[in-house]
Design a protein around this ligand. Structure first.
Ligand code: ATP
Length: 445
């Protein structure tokens, strides 16, 4: 019980700090907010762009066999018939007649008991379609219905041959996309964990059936490496979970889960999708989507797909939870609770601000800005002029800035600045002319 309370308390602290420091807050808050929709403020935007950039670099730019795509949110409605979303994409739901709460049946501990009030007076479970509907064109009738995409991967399947021809790729190769997805989730909850509008980062890898399990294992290992080596997650904060039940076309499927304060939750899915997607789009579009292998006597192959699919918002939430820390060293000396040093220990490659330049006195602002101008071209930098130096360090700690550069009166004479490391708290004098080089080694990954 104590642990649950502690975890709730931690989540509350993170949500409130995220709001106060402009990371994430409710969309349309002045109207009371809209459930399941979240805005990223200035630091949240920087963090999100950095997470996307690192993922893109790791999954696309560094690989010769993965290409990028940026497709539309609205596709031809047939895409969602072919994918099976219009038929089946929904959760079984039940309503509690007592407290009126609505629950996803697969997430209930006991299907006959309301997790909210304990009543067993529940409606029969019924299916709820999660696709968000809109109309395209001037007439709002059934002939003009379209859907906001529920996942970013479907346009990848549809555009497979366009990308292949344009890039002259041969099997095996992948196509990746980062973009918005929309699901009319029944129970948006746990901050951004279950939102109705969210960003996915997906990669679909097209290969021959006989080599698909090797690729599945390859991508599982690559994705785990990304979490441990690039995002800095410790071994015990992540676990993998193989699906017990597989879709009829799949050979394997697993989730990578993170230990959130509210419990283990899915961060990423790695799925063997067989030839299901390509075959279905062939059938519905009446186009032959087979790959012709000219290196193999023109053999026709329906590509098998291995997918890695992760939410940017869940990654960010996991990072906020993983990197939040309270340094008690000062409090232990002074005995004052207000001296707790709250720090987001973000890895430098994704920190919203990588270097903050702090002139010791406002009189030094012009000179300090010259240092900022130099660094801001290459790194996410901030010039922070107001408040005592101690307060500014605290502020930078709270937004997770790994390095603070202090420009003092000596800097005018020796052309050097003091660099303070967020984690070791060590301070080092570095010549301004060497700063760029100094940071290049530290802020990359
Ligand atoms: P869940 O079981 O949590 O509903 P899912 O299995 O339906 O997730 P996928 O369809 O596999 O999720 O989507 C891939 C990834 O997209 C998930 O691992 C998650 O990171 C992200 N994602 C899915 N739904 C949401 C959502 N409602 N809000 C935020 N991120 C989401």
């Amino acid at each position: 019980m104590e642990k649950v309370e502690k975890n709730n308390e931690l989540m509350e602290k993170i949500v409130s700090l995220a709001k106060r420091r402009g990371f994430i807050f409710q969309s349309s808050e002045i109207y009371g907010g809209i459930n399941g929709f979240w805005d990223y403020g200035p630091y949240g935007t920087q963090l999100k762009k950095a997470v996307e950039k690192v993922w893109w670099n790791y999954m696309v730019e560094r690989r010769l066999n993965v290409e990028g795509l940026d497709s539309t949110v609205i596709c031809h409605p047939q895409v969602w018939n072919a994918s099976g979303h219009l038929d089946k994409f929904g959760d079984m739901m039940t309503d509690c007649k007592e407290c009126k709460a609505r629950h996803r049946v697969d997430l209930m501990e006991d299907e006959n008991v309301c997790p909210n009030c304990g009543s067993s007076d529940l409606t029969e479970p019924r299916e709820f379609n999660l696709m968000m509907k809109t109309f395209v064109g001037p007439v709002f009738d059934e002939d003009h219905v379209a859907y906001l995409r529920a996942e970013t991967c479907q346009p990848i399947f549809v555009d497979f041959h366009q990308v292949r021809v344009a890039t002259r790729q041969k099997l095996p190769f992948g196509i990746a996309q980062i973009g918005k997805a929309f699901r009319n989730e029944i129970n948006p909850r746990n901050f951004t964990f279950r939102s109705r509008e969210f960003t996915q980062m997906e990669m679909e890898f097209f290969c021959r059936e006989e080599e698909s399990m090797d690729w599945y294992n390859f991508w599982r290992d690559e994705r785990l490496k990304y979490y441990y080596e690039i995002l800095g997650f410790e071994k015990d904060t992540l676990r993998t979970h193989d699906h017990d039940q597989l879709a009829h076309y799949a050979k394997a499927a697993m989730d990578i889960e993170f230990k959130f304060p509210f419990g283990w939750g899915e961060l990423e899915g790695i799925h063997h999708r067989g030839t299901w997607d390509m075959s279905r789009h062939s059938e519905f579009s009446k186009q032959n989507l087979e790959y012709v292998d000219h290196d193999n006597g023109g053999e026709k192959v329906m590509p098998t797909v291995v997918e890695t699919s992760v939410g940017a918002d869940r990654t960010i939430l996991a990072l906020l939870c993983n990197c939040y820390d309270e340094d008690m060293a000062e409090t232990q000396k002074t005995g004052k609770a207000s001296d707790v040093r709250v720090v987001f220990r973000f890895p430098a490659a994704i920190a919203p601000v990588q270097v903050a330049i702090l002139p010791l006195s406002k009189k030094l602002s012009t000179e300090a800005q010259k240092v900022y101008d130099k660094l801001a071209k290459y790194f996410r930098a901030e010039l922070d002029v107001t408040g005592s130096i101690g307060k500014r360090y605290r502020r930078q700690d709270e937004i997770g800035t790994p390095y603070c550069v202090t420009f003092d009166f000596d800097s005018l004479e020796d052309n050097a600045v003091t660099v303070r490391d967020r984690d070791t708290m060590e301070q080092e004098r570095v010549e301004i002319k060497d700063l760029m080089h100094y940071f290049f080694g530290k802020l990359d990954y």
